[in-house]
Design a protein around this ligand. Structure first.
Ligand SMILES: Nc1nc2c(c(=O)[nH]1)N[C@H]1C(S)=C(S)[C@@H](COP(=O)(O)OP(=O)(O)OC[C@H]3O[C@@H](n4cnc5c(=O)[nH]c(N)nc54)[C@H](O)[C@@H]3O)O[C@H]1N2
Ligand SMILES: Nc1nc2c(c(=O)[nH]1)N[C@H]1C(S)=C(S)[C@@H](COP(=O)(O)OP(=O)(O)OC[C@H]3O[C@@H](n4cnc5c(=O)[nH]c(N)nc54)[C@H](O)[C@@H]3O)O[C@H]1N2
Ligand code: SF4
Ligand SMILES: [Mo]
Length: 748
């Protein structure tokens, strides 16, 4: 039996898989971790194993589907599907202008070569301001803060996990999530490594998460108050003279440092203890330990970004790293150097234009643009509010916004009002059931893979390319071909544009940029000659070859093809001298937008906390909303339960295993209750991505394990003001007991 090696595309950890392939049966028979993978060394999680079930899933969409008059879907040819799209989409643009077509780009697109390389070609061709993505229910606060500090939104300081002596982990649970904005296969092993070499881990989380259970200390913070805690940590660092810029010395303007020092003066531990629910002495001790550790790194994720102070908390995390001398040093927060595509490894080192936000605003609520997108929290109102620029059509790409974005019920109603919707997806699910046309993607085993994004966020520099494990079935388009056919439609070339010609334009433009860039190794070359060097490749592999050749290591795709277990490019190296792209050429330690937001923190000091708030959580065997159709991952006790502290359970008369009604401003749900002291009093937790009981979705296993959709409760009007990112943690809720039914109806 042949064994193929492939990077797992299912989360950010990028583990190497060793797959036993049965070509005749068009499947894999066994999934193991690739022991020789240069980065993951054989690590594998249950999701990686389930890639076989995903490939084999009978519910996975394998042909284009067209919605019939009775609301059901019928299989269709690609030509018929594109003919319908070419009939409907340009007509919407004709009637309502370019902004009338919105696009929503979901999370798996960050793992898809096609969407990474050609997605922006499509969005540019669309020319709509109504571009949305999962990033505004996720990491844009972190990217915005990074862009303000360092100059680009992808210049993210990553924890040097394998060398640090002290990890302060806020609002992240890498033992369940396998790490995010910190690509680190076997996060648990790497965390254990910190303690094994005598280091410390401190977790800040309203729940005693799996990561907190393995830490030296757990600070059970009140949701949404991390920025206050960080201000207090910084207060102690400055107050006790523990500050030292280290590698950042000379790259931070003295006035900016003075400004930060002045800002934190008002936030001594005693002032934040009440609002954060933490002990002032514990805060002081944490600050001292952090600042005096041989190396230390603060790291924050979902719990710090999708909350009321997302951008400000993300900023303060890096400020803490910077003023304790932990930026850009081994064991601290460092900047990866991936083999291809990272903007801070291109162009003139150390200089740039910085980031700009709010170049335009959403039509109805006036929320500002971030990285070329509008916050997805406004999507429903942009569909439902009449007037010029009203959204009348929607394209979704690898996204399930009806389970992922706030106030799902309103968005579902809005989707029903659209004139036309097309989804590129592998399932008929809660979102795509609203589409008029669904265009499938190949299974993950049928397409090439290269982590253009996540190699740039990794705790070690490496390169890895995966060719398709199985050939695409007859007639199935590759994802990039689908995208380019859509480009053809929206640029008026009709349903069967010459995608080879469009691809040629794309690669020529990319080469053109390189030859014009004095800092590119291809500067001054002839376009034709460079193009010939990439032949005979086309599509995604040609563009990756181009990015590798012009990248910092001068690799070629052939080099990677010859190394199926990847190429180790070594531990992270200091890069501060070259990564900055701010207008000043310094680290902008005190960006005006963030300094201004400190006023809100003062208000937060005085605000009375809500009696009961809702937060989310992740479970190792799930992946946002879309892997609940795989038997391997859903078996065992139901996981979509409401975690409630015993004190709250007693107060609210909730019983473990009983049911509760949970209400927010926008919606209500009935949920099973799990009483646990792993959550702090005053906080309840429900995972997102469930609620698979919608008629018209075609996911049998998921339906049998439906759970409830926590985003029925999250509020589209409550966004983090700097990026418009939805506040998904810290939602005020009211929970009441549901009386046990007197007579139990037949189980169904
Ligand atoms: N309350 C709450 N809400 C949250 C979060 C939270 O913590 N709490 N987390 C947020 C975060 S971090 C994220 S990233 C978002 C995710 O939000 P989304 O990206 O909208 O949702 P996913 O659940 O990732 O859905 C992915 C979709 O892509 C499809 N898909 C999978 N693989 C492929 C493929 O190869 N090709 C194509 N074309 N389609 C594919 C799946 O079928 C599914 O429809 O949810 C956010 N929502
Ligand atoms: N198994 C699995 N892995 C995944 C995913 C998945 O759905 N399942 N999703 C992937 C995606 S898209 C992402 S973005 C990453 C996310 O990666 P992580 O951020 O590591 O994911 P979570 O497990 O949601 O951890 C967030 C933690 O924040 C805590 N929290 C909530 N509110 C607050 C708060 O106000 N302050 C603090 N300090 N903590 C708070 C929660 O209790 C939770 O433990 O995971 C990725 N990996
Ligand atoms: S940790 Fe992530 S990348 Fe690794 S096997 Fe699991 S899902 Fe795949
Ligand atoms: Mo995410």
């Amino acid at each position: 039996m042949a064994v193929a090696f492939r990077t797992c595309p299912l989360c950010e950890a990028t583990c190497g898989l060793a797959l036993e392939v049965d070509v005749a049966a068009h499947t894999v028979t066994k999934v193991r971790g690739d022991a020789e993978d240069v980065f993951s060394h054989g690590f594998l999680c249950p999701k990686g194993v389930s890639i076989k079930e995903l490939h084999d899933d009978p519910d996975r969409v394998r042909t284009p589907l067209i919605k019939q008059a009775d609301g059901t879907f019928a299989p269709a040819s690609w030509d018929a599907a594109f003919a319908l799209i070419a009939e409907k989409l340009p007509a919407v643009i004709e009637r309502g202008g370019r902004d009338a077509v919105a696009a929503y780009i979901g999370n798996p697109s960050a793992h898809s070569l096609a969407f990474l390389l050609y997605g922006k070609v499509l969005l540019k061709a669309l020319g709509s301001r109504n571009i949305f993505s999962a990033s505004t229910v996720d990491q844009y606060p972190k990217q915005a803060a990074s862009a303000m500090l360092f100059g680009t939104g992808t210049t993210i300081a990553i924890p040097d996990l394998d060398r640090t002596d002290y990890l302060l982990c806020l609002g992240a649970n890498p033992l369940a999530s396998n790490g995010s904005l910190m690509t680190a296969p076997d996060a648990r092993g790497r965390l254990r490594g910190i303690r094994a070499r005598g280091g410390r881990i401190v977790v800040v989380d309203p729940r005693r998460s799996r990561t907190a259970q393995e830490a030296d200390a757990h600070l059970a913070i009140r949701p949404g108050t991390d920025a206050l805690l960080l201000m207090a940590l910084l207060h102690v660092v400055f107050d006790e003279g523990l500050d030292a810029l280290g590698a950042a010395e000379g790259r931070v303007a003295p006035e900016a440092l003075a400004e930060v020092r002045a800002l934190v003066a008002d936030f001594p531990p005693e002032a934040v203890a009440g609002p954060t629910g933490l002990d002032a002495e514990a805060i002081r001790r944490t600050a001292r330990d952090f600042a005096t550790a041989p190396s230390a790194v603060a790291y924050g994720r979902i719990g710090t970004t999708t909350q009321a102070f997302g951008t400000t908390a993300s900023w303060l995390i890096d400020v803490l790293n910077i003023v304790t001398g932990n930026l850009d040093r081994p064991g601290g927060a460092m900047f990866p150097l991936p083999p291809a595509g990272l903007p801070n490894a291109k162009g003139e080192p150390g200089r740039g234009r910085g980031a700009r936000f709010g170049r335009w605003a959403s039509r109805v609520r006036g929320l500002g643009e971030v990285f070329g997108e509008l916050p997805v929290a406004v999507l429903a109102e942009e569909i439902q509010t009449p007037g010029e620029g009203q959204v009348r059509a929607l394209i979704t790409v690898a996204g399930n916004p009806l389970l992922s974005t706030p106030n799902s019920d309103r968005l579902a109603a809005a989707m029903d009002e659209l004139d036309f919707m097309v989804s590129i997806d592998i399932y008929v699910n809660e979102t795509t059931r609203h589409a008029d046309v669904i265009l499938p993607s190949p299974s993950p085993l049928e397409k090439a893979h290269f982590d253009l994004v996540f190699q740039g966020f990794a705790v070690r520099n490496y390169a890895n390319w995966s060719p398709p494990v199985l050939a695409r079935p007859e007639g199935m388009l590759d994802e990039w071909e689908t995208v380019l056919r859509l480009v053809g439609v929206v640029t008026g070339q009709g349903p069967d544009a010459d995608i080879g010609a469009i691809d040629e334009l794309v690669v020529r433009a990319a080469i053109g940029k390189e030859v014009a860039d004095p800092f590119s190794p291809w500067h001054g070359r002839e376009v034709e000659e460079a193009l010939a060097e990439l032949a005979p490749r086309t599509g995604t592999s040609r563009l990756i070859d181009l990015l590798l050749r012009t990248g910092p290591y001068g690799l070629t795709l052939a080099d990677l093809e010859a190394r199926p277990h990847g190429i180790d490019l070594g531990a992270l190296q200091p890069r501060l001298h070259e990564i900055l792209r701010t207008a000043s050429g310094t680290i902008e330690l005190a960006p005006p937008m963030l300094v201004a937001d400190v006023a809100r923190l003062h208000e937060a000091l005085a605000a009375p906390p809500a009696e009961l708030v809702l937060v989310g959580r992740r479970d190792l065997r799930s992946n946002n909303s879309w892997m609940h159709n795989l038997p391997l991952l859903v078996r065992g006790p139901a996981r979509c339960t409401l975690h409630v502290h015993p004190d709250d359970a007693a107060r609210l008369a909730l019983a473990d295993g009983g049911r509760a009604r949970i209400r927010s401003r926008v919606g209500e749900l009935e949920v099973p209750v799990e009483v646990t002291d792993d959550i702090r009093p005053g906080v309840v937790s429900l995972p997102h991505g469930w609620g698979h009981d919608q008629d018209g979705a075609g996911m049998g296993v998921a339906r049998a394990n439906a759970g409830v959709n926590s985003n029925v409760l999250t509020d589209e009007d409550v966004v983090e003001p700097l990026t418009g990112t939805a506040v998904l943690n810290g939602i005020p809720v009211v929970v009441t007991a549901v009386a046990a039914p007197v007579a139990v109806a037949a189980a169904g």
